[in-house]
Design a protein around this ligand. Structure first.
Ligand code: SDX
Length: 418
């Protein structure tokens, strides 16, 4: 078996012929030692706390880029020229509307529906209204290019998210405006209404750009791997993204950002003291995990969490809007960083630990935090799906270690004894 070399000192053991040569398969629960793809999109060094998109450090993109520019970088592989960015931005505007027949779907969704359920349903419904986009082989037809489908997904996920919030509030939908850029458009669709125009705060627009940039891609995480496994069957991009949204919803993955705020609320309301919640998290007899803490890859502080924590310290304190939940989060972090249980297991705050506090500052409701994660991750899902399809990757079909009955036979009902 050959050792294959990647960038940044990455090496892998090529076992693609292992079974043919030895009759053996590997056993690797959670795929923590297994890669199924070669990828050039994002790079994480979990020991050093490094994250780069197409080689560019996340800190530089957070400081200097916008979410739309970063989305282009991830999907098309380079920072766009002025003209490329203008064409991409125009596509995002041109394809920001939902088919009007889809609007009626919202009228039949219960007001209390979780926005992630609505989002997955609406994204998959795009394949109903734009089914001519793909032929049976999942290849793009001439009447719509991949670029238009990509723009439609990145743009309408905002529209769907905002409309689901308006449905929850019982307010009229606010449509996207061609004069507003990506993040400002989203905030306007969320918070403007016919009797109270929304005053766009450029500081909040900048904060939202940073948060979406930080969530845009992260190697082969659970939801991205789901998008690629589903996409490897050659189903269309909408269906593949819908599967990724469902995977992201889980509390061990993107759903953690909502759970963190709920956990901080418990503590704030005196329902459970910090000491007790830490003991619960450490107890082997409890299934409770400290939300927003720990990571499969990062064994040091998640660089994204560090950037968001810095935002919290600057914005929330400067605005004298010291969120009481921030104080609790900082106390929890301090305890974690000095508790042997967490130190020995190299468990640190991850991207979900502080992100909800910034979403709260922007006025976004807690049950929409994972939707915000999905909006940010959309370019990464698309980029990884596109890379897989450009590589003409084989259909994903993992093996198993069978531990069931050797051989059994059918027993007629009258002879069964249990
Ligand atoms: C994201 O993969 C990605 O890149 C994901 C993501 C992305 O950008 O796509 O970064 C986004 O999903 C971040 C993670 C959000 N999830 C949470 O915050 C949920 C809480 N975290 C844990 O459930 C856990 O840390 C995971 C799911 C994130 C990672 O799980 P692993 O890698 O399977 O770790 P593990 O279960 O093997 O834990 C190792 C040890 C165990 O203890 P021991 O059996 O060795 O005694 O650490 C303990 C675990 O019990 N542990 C925790 C813990 N996380 C791990 N104990 C208490 N609280 C926790 N949060």
């Amino acid at each position: 078996m050959e050792i294959i070399k990647g960038s940044n000192g990455n090496y892998g053991l090529d076992i693609s012929n292992l079974r043919a040569q030895t009759g053996l398969i590997t056993y690797d629960p959670g795929y923590q030692n297994t890669s199924a793809y070669k990828s050039a999109i994002s790079f994480v060094d979990g020991q050093q706390g490094i994250l780069r998109y197409r080689g560019i450090p996340i800190e530089e993109l957070a400081n200097h880029s916008t979410f739309v520019e970063t989305a282009y970088l991830l999907i098309y592989g380079h920072l766009p020229t002025k003209n490329e960015l203008s064409v991409f931005s125009n596509y995002l505007n041109e394809y920001s509307l939902l088919h009007e027949d889809m609007i009626h779907f919202f009228h039949n969704i219960p007001q209390q529906a979780h926005p992630m359920a609505t989002l997955s349903m609406m994204i998959n419904s795009l394949s109903i209204f734009y089914q001519d986009v793909f032929d049976l082989e999942g290849q793009f037809t001439q009447n719509e290019s991949l670029d238009i489908t990509i723009a439609r997904l990145i743009s309408t996920i905002r529209t769907i998210a905002a409309f689901s919030y308006k449905k929850f509030k019982g307010e009229p939908f606010v449509y996207p405006r061609p004069d507003l850029r990506y993040c400002a458009n989203f905030l306007n669709m969320m918070f403007a209404n016919p009797v109270k125009p929304y005053e766009i705060d450029e500081e909040y627009v900048k904060l939202l750009n940073v948060l979406l940039i930080l969530h845009a891609d992260h190697e082969q995480n659970c939801s991205t791997s789901t998008v690629k496994l589903v996409g490897s069957s050659r189903v269309n991009l909408y269906a593949s993204i819908c599967a990724g949204i469902c995977a992201l919803w889980g509390p061990l993955h993107g759903g953690a950002n909502q759970k963190v705020i709920e956990m901080l609320h418990w503590i704030h309301q005196g329902k459970i003291p910090v000491t007790e919640i830490l003991e619960k998290a450490k107890s082997k007899s409890e299934s409770f995990r400290l939300m927003g803490v720990g990571h499969r890859v990062y064994k040091t502080y998640d660089p994204r969490a560090a950037i968001i924590r810095n935002i919290c310290m600057k914005k929330l304190i400067k605005n004298k809007k010291l969120d009481p939940l921030l104080e609790i989060a900082l106390e929890l972090e301090e305890r974690i960083l000095h508790d042997d249980y967490f130190v020995e297991r190299r468990l640190y705050p991850n991207v979900d630990f502080y992100s909800g506090l910034v979403y709260r500052l922007l006025g976004i409701p807690t049950n929409m935090f994972t939707v915000m994660f999905a909006i940010g991750r959309m370019p990464g899902w698309i980029a990884q799906w596109k890379e897989m399809r450009d590589d003409n990757s084989r259909i994903g079909r993992p093996r198993q270690l069978y531990i069931g009955a050797e051989e059994a036979h059918y027993i007629p009902m009258e002879e069964r004894r249990i």
